[in-house]
Design a protein around this ligand. Sequence first.
Ligand code: FES
Length: 151
Amino acid sequence: MEDFEPVIVAFCCHYCAYTAADMAGSMRIAYPPNIKIIRVPCTGKVDAIHIMKAFQMGADGVYVAGCLEGDCHFKNGNTKAARRVNYVKKILDDIGIGGERLEMITMSAGMGDFFAQTAIDFTEKIRALGPNPVKRVSVAEDGNLAIKEGI
Ligand code: FES
């Protein structure tokens, strides 16, 4: 488990978190390369299926990063996203992946340092949780599910 490098998908709103990531880069504030950013026009655009698909494809953790409360450019996309995230967290608990692998985070475009610290903290949290359990399951030739060894 020591060598485990988590893959983290961050759905970032174009107007805040994505710009904050940009700012972190231009301020030369380092954050882990584990974070795979997907830019979205607003977190309200991130649906439960997008989050579930990320986990299905092997993400060890996912966060949705949107504008601060009251600052969403599409009025309430971030509050809708927060509701969806809470809903998906329950599903992840129910199916054994674990709701703690998913978070909703808010920030402003100027918070480059916060973006980097969030990326660091979330990476360490997921590293401590270990790999996404979905990675340990494969479909055998006979169609049955099998547990992979060594993951
Ligand atoms: Fe940023 Fe809606 S525009 S969360």
